[in-house]
Design a protein around this ligand. Structure first.
Ligand SMILES: [Zn+2]
Length: 119
């Protein structure tokens, strides 16, 4: 671990106990938790929900239980952020034309295999 890494609150070693301890500390700290990149929401299959975030140190996913109300609030925050981004993109003079639907799929590149080898 470099000195720069050691200065971040997300620093942890490579051992299982090191990352378990660091991830648990981040899960317990609301401010640190909100700094992690959001990777979605996940059902526990029994009516509960998890918020999924990414550890900047090891890129692993970290799950934390969340309430339905918190999940809905998070979705509204993301919707607002997306609306602001689309508004910025659609501002006259930007030259950006927003597609009305998903972009058309690009043709797959053709893989060429070598021909038979003659003896
Ligand atoms: Zn980690």
């Amino acid at each position: 671990m470099s000195v720069a890494d050691a200065c971040t609150p997300f620093a942890h070693g490579a051992s299982r106990s090191a990352w378990e301890q660091a991830h648990a500390a981040v899960q317990a700290d609301e401010g640190l938790w909100r700094l992690l990149r959001l990777d979605g929401l996940q059902s526990d299959g029994f009516g509960g929900l998890f918020e999924v975030r990414i550890c900047p140190r090891c890129q692993s996913t970290i799950l934390r239980p969340t309430s339905r109300e918190q999940a809905i609030e998070l979705c509204f925050q993301l919707e607002k952020l997306q609306a602001q981004a689309l508004e910025a993109l659609s501002h006259p003079g930007t030259g950006v034309v927003l597609p009305l639907s998903a972009p058309a799929p690009q043709p797959a590149s053709v893989l060429r295999t070598p021909g038979p080898i003659s003896p």
